[in-house]
Design a protein around this ligand. Sequence first.
Ligand SMILES: C[S@@+](CC[C@H](N)C(=O)[O-])C[C@H]1O[C@@H](n2cnc3c(N)ncnc32)[C@H](O)[C@@H]1O
Length: 283
Amino acid sequence: MSDEDVISQTRAVEQAHALFSQYLATKALCSDEAAKDRLLLNHILAIQSAIYAVHPYPCIAMFRFLYPTITQHPIYKTTILPLLTAKPSSAAQTPPLFLDVGCCVGQVLRQLIVDGVDPTQLTGVDLYQDYLTHGYDLFMDGPDSEHPLKSRLEAGDIFDPIFIADLNGRVTVIHISSVFHLFSWDRQLAVAKRLDELLVNTDEGLIVGSQLGVQGGGELAESHVFRHDSKTFKHLWESVGDGKWDVEVAEHVWDVDLKKHPMKLAREGDVVIVLRFVVKRRV
Ligand SMILES: C[S@@+](CC[C@H](N)C(=O)[O-])C[C@H]1O[C@@H](n2cnc3c(N)ncnc32)[C@H](O)[C@@H]1O
């Protein structure tokens, strides 16, 4: 392992430490700090190998399954948390629902719980049941554990119109991070249309997320995967419904050495960016 890998691994584990130890503390599972640190490192490395074996996403190699990306979003503290933690104004009002699409081990759900959201408002979905199961192992909150996670986790394909159809028109906040960038333009359009079906039809409903992109946008030749910039991402949503959406996108250049990545993240010469977005339906 190179020095750079060690540094990036150390940073990732440090990032994870904050979430992991806060989460354990909420459950009063472990109070001995030194024991917690030892346990944490071995535990994380074992889970990383297990989930990388399920499907080797580059973000797993980069320990991103430990990082609750939603917290980086400028509206996380100002809008998302207040929305999800607001007390219902009447007994008849149901609490707003949150859905994480492509949730991997469910780190975002656990972060929201740490930040005070009622777990029963939260659903995470992923194509791979094994990611969800390893998520229970990672956070020690499986159905048979002492403190089971009370959120809903479901394995299934977001392209399947029957999957989580009971949530159609009911979700107030949809989070989707590093998922659009896995697909071709047409498949991304299908995902966006599915999110449209799931979102509530009120002015509070929003879709928030982030993904890899490239300046100028464009398709990767071999895979037909489409990489966006702000303009092409807005164009995608215009294709879901012209004039129907307000799309805010911020671009950040990601200083990554593409040659070091085993999987093709972008084309030769591309300037790689991270896109952070909020999509709202005009009501
Ligand atoms: C690159 S990972 C990102 C994970 C997580 N959202 C994050 O930001 O760390 C993409 C995730 O989307 C899931 N996924 C891929 N295709 C999917 C599909 N058709 N339906 C549901 N989830 C899918 C993968 O299994 C994986 O967990």
